[in-house]
Ligand binder design. Sequence first.
Ligand code: ZN
Length: 73
Amino acid sequence: MSSTAYCYHCGTHHPIEEMRQIATKGGGKRWRCIKSIQATKRPIAERDAFGRQITAMNTAESQSKARLTVNEK
Ligand SMILES: [Zn+2]
């Protein structure tokens, strides 16, 4: 028999083996699944690189649009 606990992050129950108990600021304890903890801990550099990629794409797009506008005139 496997027990579950309520995951405050997902708002649902997961098997306890997939969860960690987190101490809250109020001194209480809450369960949170390891998956959601790891998702939060994903390296910031990874997200930054993704953000830069999007910015570069948007910049290139707006530059090509600007060029088109110039050519039309
Ligand atoms: Zn969860």
